[in-house]
Design a protein around this ligand. Sequence first.
Ligand code: NAD
Length: 347
Amino acid sequence: MPVFAHPEFDHHQQLVFGSDAESGLRAIIAIHDTHRGPALGGLRIYPYANEEAALTDVLRLSRGMSYKSAIADLPLGGGKAVIIADPRTEKTPALLRAMGRLVESLGGAYITAEDSGSSEADMQMIASETAHVGGLRRASGESGDPSPFTAWGVFCALKSAVRHGLGRDDLEGLRVAIQGVGHVGAHLARHLHAAGARLVLTDVNREALAHLAETLGAETVAPEAIFDAEVDLFAPCAMGAVLTDAVVDRLRAKVVCGAANNQLAAPDIAERLMARGILYTPDYVANAGGVIEIAWQRRDDYDRSSVMAHIEGVGATLDKLFARAAREEVSPTLIADAMARERFGRG
Ligand code: NAD
């Protein structure tokens, strides 16, 4: 398995492979860049088919965090961690404590947080071994789960994308398809419903889908049919690499804006979307709300209105980014990537 020559390697500063015989821990911590500050990124616990899949995932996600934190103007670098394990059956206190010791061994260069497969309770367990944990509930009960903040950021991003892509300032009657109504997607659906949008929802979890759709009076479709929905906007809020050549050809929406990380299946999809006249919102710009809130937790002057104002800044950032992309006739992704790289000193 090549590491330095891995297609996603992108000059990561540090890669740490950790193992612990007693708990069965097999983990990788990837630190992409620390020029702006310590590398913050979530811990994903997933039963990867093999080590290569875990390495590819951690490298891609870690690099994405450098871009996300830089664009959101946070004093943080990019990193990520994965544990190769099934979170439903293999997540034990011993495993999490061993992970905590691995994080601690890096002396604060990497700060961990929740991600898919890891919960706030898991972070509490990890925090018994290391202080380098973000996303813990504050005593005031102000925060914990980052997804409401992420969803609010996506909602602000979506309003900017609608202004630029559809030339309208309100969401009344806007038709929106949401793929995945989990933590972020469900919050986003409620914001959109409150703003008067008409929703088409899908999820592989039929029960959760039916419940939300009934509450919001939304239409539902089968997972595979979401790409063909007659909508103005498509919001991917399930998994990465969803925008493939075939999907781009099928989309009826004129705007894409959602929470999922790494939505583009390949870098050239950004140009393909543009060629089809679809305005694509770079995912790491739109979904930064959660990391913005976690960054605020590290400050002594945390207050909710400042956090929300920072998250709402996602909309202003996108306004500038979309305008510049239109002027220069390039994809918003190209502009965002260049801006982010400049900010972490790799311009
Ligand atoms: P989640 O696991 O709570 O929700 C994902 C939902 O997608 C689930 O309900 C799942 O059943 C559904 N799903 C999975 N495969 C699907 C498919 N093929 N078709 C339709 N639905 C499918 O995750 P989340 O926390 O809501 O995050 C959603 C996405 O946003 C993820 O890609 C995540 O990496 C990204 N993200 C989340 C946050 C956050 O704060 N939670 C922050 C940044 C990015």
